[in-house]
Design a binder for this molecule. Sequence first.
Ligand code: ADE
Length: 247
Amino acid sequence: MNIPAKIEVGKGKLIVKLPLTNPTGKIRVKRRGKTSNYGIPIATRKEVFKEIDYVEWQISYATDNPPVESKVEDIKLNGQVGFELTKLLCEGIKIGILSNNDIREMETFIKDIKKEDTLEENEEILREGTKYEVKGGFQKFIEKSPLFIKNNAEKGYFVEIILKHKQRAVGLQAMVYLCIYINQLKDGGGKLLMGRTARPREFGILEITSENKEIIIDIVKAFAIASCQHRNDIQSILQQVVSKCRK
Ligand code: ADE
């Protein structure tokens, strides 16, 4: 099951509604342990929200069949239609959260990315042998996968880029995740979520204003360095939103 995010527009703010009860979808609530630094999905209908919980959103910018709640009809990319990040960019420009300066910063960042800067093409997953052997004569190896995190603790979010082997091809695949701490989200009544469980099919509400617009800029930067393909896609999306999403 995948319950999509809903992106709405208020006065000077983007209102992003994220499902809290969909652990198998692209938006999941996770809890990060103190020692492992690894987020584990939590059953939010049973477990009380804690300060250390965050919503992990595998955010996209274009797809074949976007949900109406976050679609941008006018923006096309290789036959797909813009949504999610594209909607944040488009509406963010329209309501003036993203300034000309912000746009220029993103354009310059993307333009300056060289072949050596993109992660899919330049990173690798390594297997290192150890001296340990287990029952049956199996040698222990440790697999090391690179992972990139930009933490903006002050604004209550971080962006992760995780590299995996492609499932049906050679090479690596970069996945971009926007992670938002639960204390940044409010419920339908404007209250914080901590200290209670999620209600059936509940959404948590994130407001993006000029105060925390770096969220959008950091996701753009993450895709821009993730791979050459993503870089080119995001460059095209940015060009299109600049010309089609006027104030
Ligand atoms: N394709 C669509 N969404 C993606 C994401 N979040 N990361 C990498 N590739 C994607």
